[in-house]
Design a protein around this ligand. Sequence first.
Ligand SMILES: [Zn+2]
Length: 117
Amino acid sequence: MGMTLARLAEIVQQTAQVEKHPERVEVVISTELPYMTCGQKPCTGVRCVGMGFDWEANQFRITPEEKVMCLKDNVPQKVLEWEGRYHCPKCEYMLSKTKNKDIRYCSRCGTGVRWDA
Ligand SMILES: [Zn+2]
């Protein structure tokens, strides 16, 4: 089991006591990007928190503002080409005007892409 609700509550309580202005501290979820970045690590806000139900019963769920995708399930799909431009196979966002095998993910939706014939 990962973190428990009891441990999370303990950390939140201790941190809120130490911070001078906890009402000004934004809660975010750290995320990753498929390329290097400098400065602040990427993150997304929290849309809501609360206990799950049905299949998610006995889980305290933290729901991010933006979709967070599990990369291990992100099997690269073949890039689409039309009118001499290359597009994401999922959202059709234009990836490049030329073949560029360095692009491995769609910068709009995060889908993994491959450039083979
Ligand atoms: Zn896309």
